[in-house]
Design a protein around this ligand. Structure first.
Ligand code: PMP
Ligand code: PLP
Length: 485
């Protein structure tokens, strides 16, 4: 197969932190057992060597979950014709499955269960086809945790990391207490501007900044949180070239990759038909950084949070074998692996029930659902918001709509009202009108950068079309009041 013809990843040990370099292979129960395994083969051996509790004392005999069966994905269809999947304690011994509760509920490998790991690895090959041979996956307890680990692996206190100028606030909050600072990269409606990133790195002054040149880029390329921007294929290629030029590791945080929607055609126009088959669906997806990664300099953070459920706390990373190995060493002494119950539930659903084909059907279904909600939100915005002061671009992916407010037209300016006071007033007035939006300034990567513009973030993920319409009409009323329109 391809893995024998593709080149190997470049080596990146020069990017590893002191912490990452200090991690040895842990002498854990799991790895000790592995070294001891050759003795287990001795006939008549009774093992008292490991440290695993006995499954006899796990108070779970089986687990039943009711899930959708394609194509009946709606909650109603699931109630009526969904399937009940059962995970038993001894399914392996009984020959009914390759994964059971005895295994799932005990200590396991820090890579996560081999059975679920195989599924996500196959899924990664189907979707991204990484262009080098020695890429690997390891399961994680979600992207929040994987990002924390990535920072420990790659950075030292005092370093700067590159981030979109508006970014996922929690990702910045992960970084700051580790002693890191954000270097905000300017963005446009397609996200990161490669020329701006190149200029920041080319002109980096170690002396003046008191820090080495940044070499970790944190980016949300698809349906960016909070701006909703999606980098085009061309944009990604340009960013990748800049990363190669400056030897930057790209951490792509992609929880919204499969929330890429149908093209926005505007109200009243005939909608674009759904992808006719899986091939067409996969071709419609914008290429990931991983799929462009000839060097092995991309760490891709994947998450089931937005495509299955956030409470599963399961995701995975994809990176070169060398980088994944350092993640696994960290996980062995921190999260270990995602919850066994979660892994079991996902394995039953994804591998045994849906398979890759059913999972792709599910993702297409999500695409159509999100398209409908996005279109409903845009319809409400077009109907209600005052165009003199409110501007937006239709989001192509994700769950966020980023609305720019032309604050310079605020009547309070003449009397000396500041931009920040206006943002605060609009926010509070919206709250008084019973609609909650997020303030753009909450997402600034570098709080010292003076904001020229003003934004509010609205999500179309959480409320029905009727609720969205009501909320946007309230926001419009609040804007008219504030701007005396
Ligand atoms: N602390 C001690 C002293 C232990 O013996 C063990 C399990 N061997 C752990 C912590 C690990 O606990 P957990 O499975 O909750 O991570
Ligand atoms: N990354 C981004 C960009 C997000 O917007 C979110 C959720 O809001 C997460 C990560 C959280 O992912 P997880 O639930 O896998 O930790």
């Amino acid at each position: 197969p391809a893995c024998y013809t593709k080149p190997k990843a470049k080596r990146f040990e020069h990017r590893f932190s002191t912490e990452a370099k200090s991690r040895k292979v842990r002498v854990s129960d799991a790895s000790t057992l592995k070294t001891a395994a050759r003795f287990l083969k001795n006939p008549g051996m009774i093992s008292l060597g490991g440290g695993l509790p006995s499954p006899e004392y796990f108070p779970f005999e089986h687990l039943d979950i009711k899930v959708p069966t394609p194509p009946g994905f709606s909650p109603e269809a699931t109630k009526q014709s969904g399937s009940v999947l059962r995970a038993g304690k001894h399914d392996i011994k009984e020959g009914s499955s390759v994964y059971d509760l005895e295994i799932a509920l005990n200590y396991g490998q820090a890579t996560g269960a081999a059975q679920l790991l195989r599924f996500v690895t196959e899924h990664t090959e189907i979707i991204h086809k990484p262009p080098y041979s020695d890429w690997q996956c390891t399961l994680t307890a979600g992207s929040t945790y994987a990002w924390d680990t990535a920072l420990r692996l790659l950075t030292e206190r005092g370093d700067f990391i590159l981030m979109e100028e508006y970014t996922f606030a929690s990702a910045a909050e992960t970084a700051f207490p580790l002693g890191l600072k954000a270097l905000a990269v300017p963005i446009d409606e397609q996200g990161l501007i490669p020329e701006a990133m190149d200029a920041l790195l080319t002109n980096w002054d170690e002396q003046a900044r008191g820090a080495r040149k940044p070499f970790v880029l944190y980016t949300i390329p698809t349906g960016q949180n909070p701006t909703g921007a999606t980098q085009s294929a061309e944009r990604r290629r340009a960013v990748y070239l800049v990363a190669q030029k400056h030897d930057v590791i790209i951490v792509e945080d992609e929880p919204y990759y499969f929330l890429q929607m149908q093209p926005y055609v505007g109200q009243g126009a005939p909608s674009v038909p759904p992808p006719a088959n899986h091939d067409e669906f996969i071709k419609s997806l914008v290429p990931s950084f991983l799929s462009l990664d000839v060097d092995g300099r991309v760490v891709r953070l994947e998450s089931f949070s937005k495509v299955v459920a956030p409470g599963t706390r399961v995701g995975w990373i994809v990176a070169s074998e060398q980088i994944v190995e350092r993640f696994v060493r960290n996980f062995e002494t921190s999260s270990q692996n995602p919850s066994g119950i979660s892994q079991m539930v996902l394995y039953k659903l994804l591998d045994e029930h849906w398979g890759h084909s059913g999972y792709l059907d599910w993702l297409i279904n999500l695409r159509m659902e999100y398209t409908e909600r996005r279109d409903a939100l845009l319809k409400s915005c077009e109907k209600h918001l005052p165009r003199e002061i409110a501007h937006w671009a239709p989001p192509a992916a994700g769950m966020f709509h980023w609305i720019e407010i032309d604050w310079r037209k605020h009547p309070g300016i003449a009397a000396g009202k500041t931009r920040d006071a206006i943002e605060e007033d609009i926010f509070m007035s919206a709250v008084d009108h019973q609609v909650l939006l997020s303030r753009g300034s909450w997402f600034k990567a570098d709080s010292s950068v003076v904001e020229e513009k003003m934004f509010f973030r609205a999500t179309y993920a959480a409320a029905s079309s009727e609720k969205i319409d009501e909320a946007i009409s309230r926001f419009a009323e609040c804007l008219r009041g504030e701007f005396k329109l």
